[in-house]
Design a protein around this ligand. Sequence first.
Ligand code: FES
Length: 111
Amino acid sequence: MAFQRACDISEFRDGQAVAVNLDGIDVAVARHEDEFFAVQDLCTHGHVALSEGEVEDCMIECWLHGSRFDLRSGKPTTLPATEPVATFAVQVNGDEILVDVSQTLNGVTPD
Ligand code: FES
C-alpha cells in the first residue's frame, strides 16, 4: 500500500470529479456524499477522460456516449461501455484525499 496525496476536499464541486495524475496514471477522484472514490480517468469504451463527465448518485458518466460507471465497483451500468474501469483505494486525512495506485481494488489492470 502506498497512499499519496491526490487532492484536497476543498477542490470538489458538486457533480464534478477532480483529475490527478499519480505515478503516471490518470485518476478521477469523485465524491458521493461524505465518501470519496478513485477510478482510472479513462473510459473503457472510447478512451476519453471520465473526469470531464458528471458525478451523480455514486456514478461517473462518460461525457462522450453516456456510459455510467459505478464508483464503488468500476462497473459500467449503461452501454455502450461493457468493461469496468480500474478502482483504487482512498483514504481521507484531514482535508487531504490520499489514493493508492499501486494496486486496484477490483482487479482491473489500468491501461
Ligand atoms: S467513450 Fe465513454 S461511453 Fe463511449
